[in-house]
Design a binder for this molecule. Structure first.
Ligand code: F6R
Length: 243
């Protein structure tokens, strides 16, 4: 694992965006595995800036997103479909037909997950998978559990995740309680994993995930077994780790 220490959020965003930009430059038809959440917002803004400056071409890029809330229409401003369009897809020349997210509007979980697994299978793993990390160690919506779920599945979100996401909704009741997410194998199939973390609030979990035991109780800890992981984190998120 490589750890890249950034000064602050802006620096983390720039450094992580540079890694994704290098991937697109090296392989213009690469498969980007993408994440939502507040951590990568700055990184997406950096990619948009590079595109606007003529430094990046997304025309042959394909993408697969980690997860999507179940039951939110795609035009709901809290759906991850909306998020990706708002922060990235609508601002660059990616072909929308080449962008993929689990379809949260499909009521039948089995069908939704089978459909997304088939899409992921057709790519055979992302070239680079971007991840954030939840305070409980979740990646995608793989919550702490007794076993690792391997493939795309429907999850009941944990109380802590619902509360953490409540800030984006009018009330607790409005936060969806289920989501579709890539499984751990889908994530581990990526050729490279780029995890971004910032702020003091992530310091404990960064330490636990990358330096504690590998356990499904801390889903991100599985990344210790991946052979090409880069953690880009700011000083605050790395404050509990000895480097
Ligand atoms: C988002 C996702 C989640 C977030 C995690 C951290 O697609 O899969 O695992 O990465 O909840 O969220 P933020 O960045 O908001 O702290």
């Amino acid at each position: 694992m490589r750890i890249i220490k950034a000064k602050d959020y802006a620096d983390m965003s720039k450094k992580a965006a540079a890694i994704i930009a290098a991937q697109i430059t090296m392989k213009p038809d690469c498969v980007l595995g993408l994440a939502t959440g507040s951590t990568p917002e700055g990184l997406y803004a950096e990619l948009v800036k590079m595109y606007e400056a003529g430094e990046l071409d997304f025309s042959n890029v394909q993408s697969v997103n980690l997860d999507e809330y179940k039951g939110l229409p795609r035009d709901n401003d809290q759906s991850y479909y909306y998020f990706m369009n708002h922060h990235l897809f609508s601002h660059v020349n990616i072909d929308k037909a080449n962008t993929n997210l689990p379809d949260g509007t499909i009521e039948d979980s089995e069908e939704a997950c089978a459909q997304y697994n088939a899409i992921l299978d057709s790519f055979g793993g992302a070239d680079i998978q971007l991840l954030g990390i939840g305070h409980n160690g979740h990646i995608g919506f793989n919550e702490p559990a007794d076993t690792f779920e391997l493939l795309t599945h429907c999850v009941d979100l944990q109380e802590s995740t619902i509360k953490a996401n409540q800030r984006f909704f009018a009330s607790y009741d409005d936060v969806p309680k289920q989501a579709y997410t890539m499984g751990i194998k889908n994530i581990m199939d990526a050729k490279m994993v780029l995890l971004v973390a910032n702020g003091e609030g992530k310091a404990d979990i960064v330490k636990e995930a990358f330096f504690g035991p590998v356990t499904p109780q801390v889903p991100a800890s599985i990344l210790q077994l991946h052979k090409n992981v880069v953690l880009v984190a700011d000083e605050a998120a790395l404050s509990k780790v000895e480097l």
